[in-house]
Design a protein around this ligand. Structure first.
Ligand SMILES: N[C@@H](CCC(=O)N[C@@H](CS)C(=O)NCC(=O)O)C(=O)O
Length: 216
């Protein structure tokens, strides 16, 4: 991959997943900042780039790639080191299942457009929206914690001793949960994994507060 441009927003957890992958793969990229709260940033018409209006988008050698999991798996295919999925078919499915629990079943319910709809169209107040947010985090995290407990693979990460796709999805969701003051005390495994990941330089470089647009 020669030229990589990432459309990103510091607080976007989907973009955060891709930033971690890019740092783990040691792939340099040019960031383009899309301010989700300010009419999709200064891009002339961001929906020309991504008709959904979401970040992240990765433009790789001129080709527009959307959807964080698709982007990360593409990076993993093209730059296999370090691998973000285990070798065996069943283990790969297991790790993808953990990732999708977050990406498909938790994150979309708490997306900006959903919160805006609750607030602006259905007339829900700030506290009701926060309650909604916390509810879906609690449901998803409880299931994920149980799933990790059941498999109880030794190691510091979601799957054994190496970082996988599941960790790339968990850490940004933990960041979101803290931002919305969710009670995380019932998820000791998730907290421990998040703690291990957050000490790795690649995760630190990708973190929201480390992004130049965090202070814009
Ligand atoms: N399934 C997409 C979700 C992308 C997504 O929801 N991005 C959020 C930021 S984390 C966004 O752009 N939201 C804008 C909105 O909700 O209006 C992915 O994994 O890339």
């Amino acid at each position: 991959m020669q030229t990589l441009t990432l459309y990103t927003y510091f607080r976007s957890s989907a973009a955060y997943r891709v930033r971690i992958a890019l740092h783990l793969k040691r792939l340099a990229y040019e960031p383009r900042y899309v301010h989700l709260l300010h009419d999709r940033g200064s891009e002339p018409d961001y929906r020309e780039i991504n008709p959904q209006g979401f970040v992240p988008v990765l433009v790789a050698n001129g080709l527009v790639l959307t959807q964080s999991l698709a982007i990360i798996e593409c990076l993993d295919d093209v730059c296999p080191e370090p691998p973000l999925l285990p070798a065996g078919a069943q283990d790969r499915a297991y790790v993808r299942g953990l990732a999708q629990l977050i990406v498909c079943d938790v994150h979309p319910l708490n997306n900006l457009r959903v919160l805006n709809y609750l607030k602006n169209v259905l007339g829900q107040g700030e506290e009701a929206c926060r309650e909604w947010y916390r509810h879906w985090i609690a449901e998803g995290f409880a299931a994920l914690e149980r799933q990790l407990e059941r498999r109880s693979s030794a190691g510091c990460f979601c799957f054994g001793d190496t970082v996988t796709l599941a960790d790339l999805c968990l850490v940004p969701q933990m960041y979101n949960a803290r931002r919305f003051e969710c009670d995380l005390s019932a998820y000791p495994r998730l907290q421990a994994i998040d703690g291990h990941c957050s000490r790795l330089p690649e995760f630190c470089l990708a973190a929201p507060d480390a992004q130049p647009d965090a202070s814009a």
